[in-house]
Design a protein around this ligand. Structure first.
Ligand SMILES: [Zn+2]
Ligand SMILES: [Zn+2]
Length: 362
């Protein structure tokens, strides 16, 4: 049966979102209709809406960090059933592409999404952000985009696992492979950066340096496990990270902002042979310029982390269990909860740096 829904839609790059009614096609054989309970507002949604990543593909149904309840399933769905509580993900490995065939499902080049479309009142298809769309009462996804969770857990914190949390924790555990007793510096302490801090803490890093220009963000970073904080607006962060590590620099550094300046700081905050991980999405335009010999002299590596190199079906349940055990703080990431109609105010608060996450609750 066609499902009617309501959601936040970005029609024109840079314009405010509009709350509109839309419809979901009948689910295809492996499609699932999910009633959204909660959705985090991720920085990527702001980028999509603002046209930072490009001005084509509009209109977008925004949102890609959600938790909800399965309401209807396609004829061939086996992974979930009606009534299951699910976290949604935007990398649903196909099992057949050149990466999946090598067992590198985290790089799947042909991620699965719903066969059915979501359509605005005029009948035109909406482009679901990152193939999901969660700023809405209902969404249509592929069954592999769903990972079940214990329904006794609150959906607001659980929804964040689907993007920001797995991106940060995964960057520490999988992209960098942070080791016990190691030193770490995290540049940019928003929801993703604080999740890197938590991943580093869980991996057993003993020096975790949070770097940001906002004192409030640095205070929050301590709550998630930062052992030291550096205000890059007040001191040279590279010098300060070195000072805090006996002049050596850290074993692992993370860039969670997406600018060449901050990436350079992260690169040169490393000790010899250290690993630097770029997480922040720069968008088209920014260029990195540096003296190549200086980069060579430090050795080690610079790597890019997409979605924390995660495999959602493997990793989301681990993160939900850690949350349950009190090992992973998700509640602290939920700065405020809002209604769908307040989506635009969440973007404003994000731009002002007031939130780690606004979470839309339905
Ligand atoms: Zn694949
Ligand atoms: Zn995101």
């Amino acid at each position: 049966m066609t499902t009617k829904a309501r959601g936040a839609i970005a029609r024109v790059p840079g314009a405010a979102v509009e709350i509109e009614e839309f419809t979901l096609d009948d689910p295809g054989p492996r499609d699932v209709v999910v009633r959204i309970l909660a959705s985090g507002v991720c920085h990527t949604d702001l980028g999509i809406k603002s046209g930072t990543y490009g001005t084509s593909g509009f209109p977008f149904l925004l949102g890609h960090e959600g938790a909800g309840v399965v309401e209807e399933v396609g004829s061939a769905v086996t992974r979930v059933k009606v009534g299951d509580h699910v976290m949604l993900n935007w990398r649903a490995p196909c099992g057949e592409c050149r990466f999946c065939l090598k067992g590198e499902h985290n790089y799947c080049a042909s991620s699965l999404h719903a066969e059915g479309k979501m359509r605005s009142e005029s009948g035109d298809p909406l482009n679901a952000a990152l193939g999901i769309g969660t700023f809405c009462t209902h969404t249509l996804v592929h069954e592999v985009q769903c990972v079940t969770y214990d329904s006794s857990l609150r959906p607001e914190p659980i929804s964040l696992i689907g993007c920001g949390v797995v991106t940060g924790v995964g960057a520490a555990l999988y992209s960098a492979k942070v080791t016990q007793g190691s030193s770490v510096a995290v540049f940019g302490c928003g929801g993703v950066g604080d999740s890197v801090i938590q991943g580093a803490r869980i991996a057993g890093a003993t020096t975790i340096i949070a770097v940001d220009i906002d004192p409030r963000k640095l205070e929050w970073a301590r709550d998630f496990g930062a052992t030291h904080t550096v205000n890059a607006g007040e001191v040279d962060p590279v010098e300060e990270v070195k000072r805090l590590t006996n002049g050596h620099g850290v074993n692992f550094s993370f860039e969670a902002v997406g600018t060449p300046e901050v990436l350079k700081q992260a690169l040169f905050s490393r000790d010899l042979a250290g690993t630097c991980v770029l997480i922040g999405v720069p968008g088209p335009g920014p260029r990195l310029e540096m003296e190549l010999q200086q980069f060579f002299d430090l050795g080690g590596s610079l790597t890019v982390s997409w979605y924390g190199n995660c495999i959602p079906a493997r990793d989301f349940p681990i993160l939900a269990d850690w949350y349950k055990q009190g090992k992973l703080d998700l509640d602290g990431l939920v700065t405020r909860t809002i209604r769908l109609e307040e989506t635009e105010s969440a973007f404003d608060a994000m731009k002002r740096g007031e939130t780690l996450r606004s979470v839309i609750v339905f």
